[in-house]
Design a protein around this ligand. Sequence first.
Ligand code: CMP
Length: 144
Amino acid sequence: TLQRTFIMVKPDGVKRGLIGEIVKRFEQKGFQLLKAELMVIEKEKAELHYMEHKEKPFFGELVDFITSGPVFAMVWEGENIIQVSRLMIGSTSPESAAPGTIRGDFANSKQENIVHGSDSIVSAEREIANLFEPLLTRFSNQNL
Ligand code: CMP
């Protein structure tokens, strides 16, 4: 199935100069970049983005981290991209992220793990709307 997903290079990935590396991996896989913007996420939007973690002990820290500097937010399209992008990104924990995955190759922290990818169609739609919808409205472009 052709799907769209939300992929974001987190502040640590941007600071480490990994935007190009991450874009390259998704391009090489044959996926299509539909939209991208370097942005600093507002606190309220960060809380919405991570709402499924709001009861977790690390929630406050996570919101502070994701708003600590610019992120590179993207919308990508491709066959089964939600599942495939999660495989390309790798596990959250540095000790279980396989070599060859983005986190396996570049991340050493559970929180500062370089990249985010939506985990379902519903999350992808919610995350894209949360971070890109004001722009879409501004440009009156329904097709991204
Ligand atoms: P991600 O999978 O994009 O979405 C949830 C994020 O919460 C995860 O990346 C990490 O950045 C963060 N996270 C998950 N577990 C922990 C943890 N134990 N401590 C701090 N941050 C975490």
